[in-house]
Ligand binder design. Structure first.
Ligand SMILES: [Zn+2]
Length: 191
């Protein structure tokens, strides 16, 4: 999916069905991942978090505190998330949500396992997503804590500022060039 638009709506399953025993041996495990939150830092999209999403039935809007225990993460997803956390050094979350995205149960996965979930409404969850920080230190002063400034229209024209020296390292721009296919040179396409 491109960063700014949902294009697919539903996920095709043919590859998933094909990639099974006996087409491939049982030891060829494959796990589909969900979402990498990316932020524009010095002209490059950089991962700030990995989020595994689980859509709950609509009835959970009144009992979100049970979602974490009644919709458990599969063991293979948990293995994947621990590895992403360890190797990429980014935060990982499993987010269980109502179909209308009105309520979210947000649990962090770290080296100690799945942490107790925090239930958020849409307003709080949007704030949480916007608050996911770049993990690299400020190139000006080495500080690792960031402050986010929102613009009025929520159009990503503001961005992260170093909380110590206030330098803007991770700049956000609205018309970024990432909403397009990665253009492979024509000579290579013709092969
Ligand atoms: Zn700084």
């Amino acid at each position: 999916m491109a960063p700014q638009q949902e294009l697919t709506k539903t996920r095709p399953a043919n590859y998933s069905v094909w990639h099974r025993y006996p087409t491939l041996p049982k030891w060829c495990y494959h796990t589909d991942g969900d979402w990498f939150e990316q932020r524009l830092c010095n002209g490059q999209l950089e991962c700030v978090a990995y989020i595994e999403t689980i859509e709950l039935p609509a009835s959970y809007s009144t009992k979100m505190k049970f979602a974490q225990y009644e919709y458990e993460l599969w063991a293979h997803k948990y293995q994947l998330m621990k590895e992403i956390h360890r190797k990429m050094g980014i935060r990982c979350f499993v987010v269980r949500h109502t179909p209308d995205c009105g309520y979210f149960s947000v649990a962090e996965i770290n080296n100690s396992g799945e942490q107790k979930a925090e239930v958020m409404d849409e307003f709080i969850y949007k704030h949480f997503i916007q608050g996911l920080e770049p993990s690299h230190p400020c190139t000006n002063c080495g500080n690792t804590s960031w402050q986010f400034y929102l613009d009025d229209k929520n159009e990503c024209k503001s961005g992260w500022h170093c909380s110590r020296c206030n330098s803007t390292v991770a700049q956000f721009e609205f018309d970024i060039p990432f909403d397009e296919p990665l253009n492979i040179p024509f000579e290579e396409r013709a092969q």
